[in-house]
Design a protein. Structure first.
Length: 337
């Protein structure tokens, strides 16, 4: 039995989390779900956005499912805190087209591998007389570590092209370190003939942003720094139907946290119309992380069928079903697979 910490959060977080759990309850392998609190409502109840108990629960679980939280101005980010405390140094964001979903491209299948522990998200900021400054932290260790993981993911997914995205022509020292670390790892693998079939190349981030819109098929695996990865992955989501279609995995050597990339969407919270796709796909990524690859594939295929049929889908997907009705349709197909 897998021990899973569940953090529903607030806004539509609890709704999409409930939908994903409803589907996962049909899995043959049993889960011990333990709910923990974080986010805006947690702050108003406890005075903190992320209690120590929640962090300890996540550390002692096999994985964590995270819904969505509303940012509390002036308070620490719950998700960034968890990433740091659990050393979840990699963020994986698949950008994939699904039938039945209105998309700019209907045949995309790429992965953005984002360094998750440093960069401009290190949280080192200070006010100055003129305004404020933020420290962009890039280390060789973190840069090499994320590059190695990108190669591993390329092999695991059968990809043959890996692109490092940076801005070393302007950010000569910070992105210079990131770029050098990437090529150091790539050259070491080439010398040992590891991952020999993978073509490696580099693209400046501004050009990558353009190519992601005009020619996204040139990319299979992209690896980049924290802020660049955040921006590019949201751009990628826009190509395949929006943030409601894109999951993410935050992983480290010992733990994993899985979340949709959409926000808490308070404007539709409580209406029962939130699209559960990204949360269900995040559950698929969690199953992969746990080694349940066959179940992950079965669950994705069940979702695939529901999206393609367009009978039980939420309003943003052109249907009139509720969040739980769509989840129930996915569960029924999952149980039949």
């Amino acid at each position: 039995m897998y021990k899973i910490t569940v953090i529903p959060g607030d806004g539509i977080g609890p709704e999409v989390t409930k939908a994903a759990l409803h589907v996962l309850e049909a899995a043959p392998n049993k889960f011990d779900f333990k709910e923990a609190s974080a986010g805006n409502s947690c702050y108003h109840d406890t005075g903190t956005t992320i209690p120590d108990e929640t962090i300890e629960m996540a550390k002692n679980s096999d994985a964590t499912l995270f819904g969505a939280v509303t940012t509390v101005p002036g308070q620490k980010s719950a998700i960034i805190t968890l990433r740091k405390e659990l050393d979840l140094y990699a963020n994986l964001r698949p950008i994939k087209s699904y039938p039945g979903v209105e998309s700019v491209y209907n045949d995309l299948d790429l992965l953005i591998v984002r360094e998750n522990s440093e960069g401009l998200y290190s949280g080192i900021e200070e006010y100055t007389d003129e305004g404020a400054t933020a420290l962009r932290v890039i280390t060789r260790k973190a840069s090499e570590r994320i590059t190695k993981l990108a190669f591993i993911e390329a092999v695991k997914r059968g990809k043959t092209r890996l692109t490092v995205v940076h801005k070393a022509n302007v950010l000569k020292k910070t992105d210079g370190v990131f770029r050098e670390a990437f090529w150091k790892v790539a050259d070491e693998y080439k010398a040992k003939d590891d991952y020999g079939d993978i073509e490696v190349n580099e693209v400046y981030v501004d050009a990558a942003a353009m190519f992601l819109v005009t020619n996204p098929h040139r990319f299979q695996i992209m690896v980049t720094t924290n802020l660049f990865g955040d921006i590019l992955s949201d751009e990628g989501a826009g190509l395949v139907g929006g943030l409601g279609m894109v999951p993410s995995a935050n992983i480290g050597d010992d733990n994993g946290l899985f979340e949709p990339v959409h926000g808490s969407a308070p404007d539709i919270a409580g209406k029962g119309v939130a699209n559960p796709t990204a949360m269900i796909l995040s559950a698929c990524l969690m199953l992969q992380f746990l080694g349940e690859h066959q179940e992950s594939l079965k669950l994705e295929q069940a979702l695939f069928k529901v999206l393609k049929e367009r009978v039980f889908t939420t309003p943003d997907l052109g249907g009139n079903s509720t969040t739980l009705q769509m989840a129930q349709a996915v569960r029924e197909k999952y149980e039949k697979n």
